[in-house]
Design a protein around this ligand. Structure first.
Ligand code: CAA
Length: 368
């Protein structure tokens, strides 16, 4: 059961989400960043759902955050992922690991939308094996110079800063990785390209080059050599956000399928009604478990396993759901439109922030 005040919060988010719904198809068609939708969400005061009040946020729970991402996804998955990264993954990273100075400087800006953040872990050399990254940070007078490339970085070309994981001590392998807050305006920071993607066409995913970017000591996040652990811990939080996107996707697939079956008068035909029943069943299970993972996170214990199960189940159910939706709609589902767009927007949920195989690896390691 969800507390009443979380349901009230959902109603508010839903009203904001309805105002961005009309743009979702436009940004998909035009293949451009959903800037007006993102601005509306910030203007509605929803940029800092989990950011503590002392840093300008709403200071709400992870359950509120899940409901926030779920409702945005139902309207516009591209807008939802933009916030899942800047207000989820990146905000969690700073809240948990940054110095007081960095928190005071950046968290209020993430809350208002003055800044958008990105998370720079993945590299061309090594996607899932993230600890093998090759970007180097060489210590120089006053700080570090970072050189390397990052790939598939959500938000990068619209971001004001990227949290970059780089090797300060390569001989120590994963234990030699340090996290840096790198403003995108820094000299030597270049966006190489924005990807032309299957889905989430209203969000940006970029390749980055760092060519000797100077980062002063004050912008090192946490302790030298701890960056990989910070990244994995932050991905635990991020994966709850992707699970929430899965829940929103299943919920929308259910609504579209139910409306289609009723409109076509197919509700007495079990070939259709049983599949709608499957959609509702997957929605209930994914939602319950994702909410549980959010509550475990807020209880303060390690929640790695819960986040991985939620992400795995929710994203795989989401993919099944959009397949069912298109099966029900037949040709009506494959022409350009919301069902077709939702299908394209969903596959990435099984890939981003750790593939399904990585979730299985994480879960297996926790229990074997
Ligand atoms: N929280 C905190 N610490 C953790 C942790 C967690 N969840 N998981 C592991 N650690 C610690 C370990 O205890 C270990 O510490 P010690 O060295 O002190 O023992 C250290 O971190 C390294 O852990 P492992 O040795 O287990 O690491 P590994 O290299 O074997 O593999 C992995 C870990 C799970 C495979 C990891 O590489 C992984 O999650 N890969 C997927 C990466 C990923 O999700 N990428 C997506 C990037 S973001 C994105 O998609 C796009 C975007 O823009 C959002």
């Amino acid at each position: 059961m969800v507390p009443r005040e979380v349901e009230s919060f959902r109603e508010y988010v839903r009203s904001v989400a309805e105002s961005i719904r009309p743009h979702a198809m436009t940004v998909d068609k035009e293949d451009r960043f959903a800037r007006e939708s993102v601005e509306k969400v910030f203007e509605a005061g929803l940029g800092g759902v989990i950011i503590p009040r002392e840093y300008g946020g709403l200071g709400l729970s992870t359950l509120h955050y899940v409901v926030f991402i779920e409702e945005l996804t139902k309207a516009c998955p591209s807008t939802a992922v933009t916030f899942a990264v800047t207000s989820g993954l990146v905000a969690n990273f700073l809240i948990n690991f940054a110095s007081e100075g960095l928190k005071k400087e950046y968290l209020p800006k993430l809350s208002t939308g003055e800044n958008i953040g990105a998370f720079g872990l993945t590299e061309p050399c090594c996607g899932s094996d993230a600890g093998a990254l090759r970007t180097r940070a060489e210590e120089v007078e006053g700080g570090f110079r970072i050189t390397g490339q990052k790939q598939f970085i959500t938000n990068a070309s619209v971001a004001d800063f990227v949290i970059v994981m780089a090797k300060t001590d390569p001989e120590r392998g994963k234990k030699g990785i340090t996290a840096f807050l790198v403003p995108t305006g820094s000299e030597g920071f270049h966006i190489l390209k924005d990807e032309d993607k299957l889905g989430w066409r209203g969000s940006v995913t970029s390749a980055i080059s760092l060519d000797g970017v100077f980062v002063p000591y004050e912008r090192v996040i946490g302790k030298r050599g701890e960056g990989f652990k910070y990244a994995l811990a932050s991905l635990d939080a991020g994966r709850i956000g992707i699970a929430a996107m899965g829940v929103g996707t299943i919920a929308r697939a259910f609504e579209l399928a139910r409306d289609y079956v009723l409109k076509k008068g197919l509700e007495k035909d079990q070939r259709y009604s049983f599949r709608v029943a499957d959609l509702l069943s997957m929605l209930e299970v994914a939602r319950e478990y994702t909410y549980r993972a959010a509550k475990v996170k807020d209880s303060g214990v390690r929640y790695t396993r819960y986040a991985a199960v939620a992400k795995l189940v929710s994203s795989e159910f989401a993919m099944k759901s959009v397949n069912i939706l298109l099966d029900i709609m037949g040709p009506d589902g494959v022409v350009w439109g919301e069902a077709e767009r939702l299908w394209r927007d969903t596959k990435i949920l099984e890939i981003g922030e750790g593939t399904s195989e990585i979730q299985r690896l994480v879960i297996a390691r926790e229990v074997l």
